[in-house]
Structures are given as C-alpha cells and as structure tokens.
Ligand binder design. Structure first.
Ligand code: COA
Length: 416
C-alpha cells in the first residue's frame, strides 16, 4: 500500500518539540524526512530527561519516529555544501531555530529560493514576523502565556495556569503541517515554492478562539452566564478563569466519584446538555426537578448550578467513575471518566486503534508512543523507531552522489 506523501522529501532542520511534531506527522504519512542534526550532540531532546543511561530519551524518540538522521555541521563549508545539495533535491525545509539563526547560517529565504525555486520553507517562531516581540526565543509555557491560554485557565481565586496539553509546541507543529500541505497543493498548481510561517502565539490564540468570543460578550453585557461567577459572583473587564466550567452553552463540571479521597483521578466530567435534563433527573433520582419551574430551563437552572452539581456528586459517592459513566451513557448524557496516563497507556481500545502503540528502538528496546490521531480508510500508518544520531549520514550522502572518499572527508569535518 502506498503512503499519501511518498515522493515528498523534507529537510527536517527542527529541534525540541514544535518542529519535530510537525515533521513526524508528515513522516508517518510517507514523506522522506531527513533530520539534520549537529554532530556529537544532535537534537537537545536526545539527552533531556533520560530514563535509560546512554539511550535516547523518550522526549526524542516520541517526536522523531519514521525519520532518518543526518549529522552535519552547517556552519562549516563542508556541511553547508551538503545542505545546499539537499535543498536542491528536496520539496520542503522545516526549521524552528531562534529568530535569525537560519540567516546567520547563510540560508536566508532568498538564498534558499536561489538554490531551489520550488522549495517550501516552513518556519516556527515564538511570535510572527514584525510582532513587537519577534526577537524573543520561546518555549511551550511562554507561548501559552502569550496566546491567552494561561490567563483563562485555572480557578478564579488562583494564578494563571499552564495546560499539560502542548498548545504551544505540538499544536503549532500541527498548524505548520497544515500550512506545508496547503503550500504543496498550491505548488501543484503554480509550480512555485513559498515560505510558510506559523507563530506559537498565533497557534495558541487560534485554540483560545472562544475566549476572545467571551471577551467581546463581556464587553457588551458585563457578565458571562456560563461561568461559575454568574450570577452570584462578580466580573471585571477581562475574561476570568472559569475553573472546569463548560466552554460552550452547556454547563459542565468535574465531579468526585467513589474513591476520590485516595485516587487523584476518581472524577468524571459531567455535562448538563439541555435535551438531557429529564434523563439526568431520572438518572440521579430527582424526578421532581423535571417539572419544577425553578429547574426546567437552562436559564432557570443557572442560579442553582452549584446545588445541582452538589446533588449529582452525592449520587456519585458510591459509584466509581467507570460505573457512573456506564449508567449515564444509557441516558445519552455527555460525560467521561478523568483518565490517568497509566489508564490511557493500558486502554485496550487505544491499543487496538493504534493511538497508543509500542515501537521498537535499536538501543532502548520497546517503548510506548502516541500514534497517528488521524485514521485513514485507505492508508495504513506504521510507526517505526526514531533514528540514532547520524544513523543515515552515509546513506543520505551516497544518495546525494558523494563518493566513499567524500563521505570520509565529511566525517573528518564533522569530527573536528
Ligand atoms: N550545525 C551547526 N550549527 C547548528 C546546527 C548544525 N547542525 N543546528 C543548529 N545550529 C546552530 C544555529 O545556527 C544557531 O546558532 P546561532 O545562534 O549562533 O546562530 C544555534 O545552533 C541554535 O540556536 P537556537 O535555535 O536559538 O537554539 P536555543 O537552544 O538557543 O533556543 C529555542 C531554543 C527553542 C528557544 C529556539 O530555537 C526558538 O525560540 N525557536 C523558535 C520557537 C520554537 O520552536 N520554540 C519551541 C521549541 S519546542
């Protein structure tokens, strides 16, 4: 079976998470992704948070599967020459260096276009070009603060909070992948390459779209009826942190289940969807609420929302999160258990679908990774182990036409 992106050659000049997440996705779908790494050390994540001495860290292996690794010192003439040859035969170059690093290396967009007018140069930076912070280096949490996620996450009486989901890094990588595929599609029509740029701030903000919705509603009416602050608390002129409130028109909350005293994840998320109100009343043993005007509409319920969730929590006290969901699903009530990473790692459905998958690595042996979250009816995605540092250097150089002597000379230059 052929892979959708077979025949697309990508120079993966990325490191840490944002860039590698993008190129890994494209590698899964068949692109030939050649990761260019600094000789001796490579991507910094190979060494970060190691759990096995002398084996690439999971941070690296889980973001660089299905790729080849080429070591090159691209600040030396010998390395630059190889990179130039590679640019001439590649379709895409992806990079997420600090601002200006590629230019300082001698590979400005102008120079890249001279070498290959069909090239797509895809870049991640913390802030977009021309932004007043565009000189800043940026990591995940910095982007979450700059993109609006931190100010709107957490509880109203506590400080801003960072999400565990990589909204700044992997999310930006996913945006970049969409940009690359779009540019490839445009190149099919025009024959020309182009620069694709995604900033981490913009990518976070794109996911915080509903909070900008809320800012405008707040500006207009002075309150946000789906937030816990309504109607008993107060609002300032900025979108507050709403704890675990539902972000749309359906009130929801995280509720304790049996065992919460000792199990940090004995909780469910419970959503009160309007049409499910009567089934909810039946499920929690409050049939009288079905006809009581103080509860029959969403607006009537809002002043009692804390009391309603308290009643549901009392009903949950003798049920595990799994038992509770099994009862609630029969009533078509949107809900889910709060799952720990351990539960997800062992989840048979996720193993079956390939979303959690076991991969073989030459040094560390088997490890778990997150496979493709996108499923195709006509393409099987196979996840292979990440490459060792420089594992494919000779192979790639030979493909570029280097002789045995030429390869040896490059090895010598890399070693100095
Ligand atoms: N050979 C020789 N030099 C190389 C090289 C290679 N193969 N690969 C990288 N380098 C050099 C670069 O040319 C640059 O040198 P310079 O600063 O002298 O010009 C240097 O290594 C890398 O710099 P930089 O990317 O700024 O690394 P850093 O460790 O200081 O900063 C980040 C890391 C992530 C903060 C920064 O890269 C960044 O802000 N990136 C954009 C946003 C981003 O993607 N952040 C999230 C990452 S998950």
């Amino acid at each position: 079976m052929t892979k959708a992106l077979e025949g697309i050659k990508i120079i993966d000049f990325t490191h840490v998470q944002a860039g590698p997440a993008c190129t890994q996705l494209l590698a899964w779908y068949g692109a030939d992704v050649i990761k260019v790494e600094r000789p001796g050390s490579g991507d910094v994540t190979r060494n970060q948070l190691r759990d096995i001495p002398d084996a690439d860290a999971l941070y690296f292996t889980m973001l660089n599967s299905n790729k080849r690794s080429l070591t090159l010192d691209t600040k030396k003439p010998e390395g630059k020459e190889v990179l130039e040859k590679l640019i001439k035969v590649s379709d895409v170059m992806v990079e997420n260096f600090g601002p200006g690093a590629l230019d300082r290396m001698g590979f400005s967009w102008k120079r890249i276009l001279e070498l290959n007018p069909k090239m797509i140069l895809a870049s991640v930076k913390g802030f977009s070009d021309g932004h007043h912070y565009d000189d800043l280096k940026v990591y995940e949490n910095v982007a979450q603060c700059a993109g609006g996620a931190a100010s709107t996450t957490g509880f109203w009486d506590g400080p801003p909070v960072i999400s565990a989901a990589a909204l700044g890094d992997s999310n930006t990588g996913m945006h970049l992948a969409i940009g690359i595929l779009t540019a490839l599609r445009q190149r099919d029509k025009t024959g020309a390459g182009q620069k694709v740029a995604v900033s981490m701030q913009d990518s976070v903000l794109n996911l915080c779209r509903v909070k900008l919705r809320d800012q405008q509603r707040l500006d207009r009416v002075g309150y946000l009826e789906e937030y816990p602050q309504y109607p008993h608390g107060s609002f300032s002129d900025v979108v507050p942190r709403g704890g675990n409130a539902g972000g749309g028109g359906q009130p929801g909350w995280i509720l304790k289940c049996k065992g919460w005293q000792t199990d940090p994840n004995a909780y469910i998320y419970f959503t009160i969807q309007g049409h499910a109100w009567e089934p909810i009343c039946d499920a929690i043993g409050k049939p009288e609420w079905k006809t009581d005007p103080a509860y029959t509409t969403a607006r009537a319920r809002q002043p009692h929302i804390v009391e309603i969730f308290g009643t549901i929590e009392a009903w949950l006290a003798d049920k595990t999160k799994f038992e509770a969901v099994d009862i609630l699903r029969k009533h078509d009530i949107p809900c889910a258990p709060v799952l720990s990473m351990k539960e997800l790692a062992d989840d048979p459905s996720l193993r079956e679908s390939g979303t959690i998958t076991e991969v073989e690595h030459k040094v560390r042996g088997k490890y778990l990774t997150v496979g493709s979250p996108i499923k195709f009816s006509d393409m099987k995605v196979e996840i292979t182990g990440s490459p060792l540092l420089g594992e494919h250097t000779e192979e790639v150089l030979a493909e570029l036409g280097y002789s045995r002597d030429g390869i040896q000379q490059l090895h010598a230059a890399n070693a100095v």
